[in-house]
Design a protein around this ligand. Structure first.
Ligand code: TA6
Length: 306
């Protein structure tokens, strides 16, 4: 983005004490949000929240220090937007895994200073011939983000055509934890899940809290439960409360896969876990003509008792 474009963007959408736009890592344009309650950084490419840190807290999102920041390249960490499909494309393996939304440009549509001190920003996915070639359905995708003592993220899909379409989607959130050995995830007890480790998709049922001691790649189905990431090391728990989400994906690549992926860095897998608010597999969403579907996640941090 040129200086002139940044000037125009700031002229129209910057709010002192809330949000400004500048060049970020890899030359990517970012919205830098800093208010009395929290700080956050969101790239215009992918409308990708890379960081969120409430004042007085450790960072809540994990971002790899070994990630590559470049046009058209997905970012390892933060909140990648998986849309309009989750995982590999059902028919065409040549299309990007998790859809194209996270690697194309989004535009700023609105910014607001909220009365409680939070900052609101709304992005719209910029359609191109390339996106239409992958997704020929008349539609729009917007992301609404509220940065305060909570992080509220809403992925809004509108069907602007005359025939229904189905989407898979996820807010593929990477959370910062003290150490994977000091962590457990509650809220999914008794829930059916697809175990994708080893490329399978075996259906199982969650027994007790989730403790990670090897690669975990699970799609929990038919659940609207809050998830709690209990971090004994940081003496906090992260709550993920959702609306419009029927799936939750839990992922940690563990040692070998993290090394293969090349952008986790040494031991990077120890400091992160993905708990993704999603609609995937059995829970893909049909959006009727003229209808709107919202996938919402609200992330908050609570002290861990005891
Ligand atoms: O959400 C878990 C998952 O589907 C894993 O299977 C793994 O592929 C992960 O997403 C990361 O995918 P990415 O394309 O971002 O490397």
């Amino acid at each position: 983005m040129s200086n002139t474009e940044f000037e125009a963007l700031n002229q129209r959408y910057a709010i002192p004490g809330h949000v400004q736009f500048k060049e970020g890592p890899g030359g990517l344009a970012i919205a830098e949000i800093a208010n009395s309650l929290a700080e956050s950084t969101i790239t215009l490419q992918g409308a990708h929240a890379m960081a969120w840190q409430p004042r007085g807290q450790e960072p809540v999102l994990w971002l790899s220090r070994f990630g590559k920041f470049a046009p058209g390249k997905s970012i390892r960490g933060g909140v990648p937007i998986c849309w309009p499909w989750f995982g590999p494309h059902a028919e065409d393996a040549k299309l990007p895994g998790h859809g194209f939304a996270r690697t194309v440009m989004w535009e700023v549509l609105e910014t607001q200073a909220q009365p409680n001190g939070a900052t609101f920003i709304r992005f719209g996915l910029i359609e191109t011939d390339a996106t239409r070639a992958q997704w020929p359905h008349p539609s729009s995708a917007q992301l609404r983000v509220t940065v305060g003592t909570e992080l509220k993220v809403e992925l809004v899909t509108r069907n602007t055509g005359s025939t229904p379409f189905q989407i898979g989607e996820a807010l593929h959130t990477y959370f910062h934890i003290s150490d994977v050995a000091d962590m457990a995830i509650r809220g999914l007890e008794g829930c059916a899940f697809l175990d994708k480790v080893g490329g399978g998709s075996i259906r199982k049922t969650q027994q007790g809290p989730i403790v990670i001691e090897s690669e975990v790649d699970r799609v929990y189905l038919d659940t609207e439960a809050d998830c709690l990431i209990e971090d004994r090391g940081l003496k906090r728990q992260i709550r993920i409360a959702t609306r419009g989400s029927r799936s939750t994906v839990v992922w940690n690549p563990w040692i070998e896969k993290a090394e293969k992926m090349g952008d986790f860095g040494p031991e990077g897998y120890r400091g992160m876990v993905c708990v993704e608010s999603a609609n995937a597999v059995d829970n893909v969403v049909t959006v009727l003509p003229g209808a709107e579907h919202v996938l919402q996640a609200v992330v908050s941090v609570e002290a861990l008792a005891g």
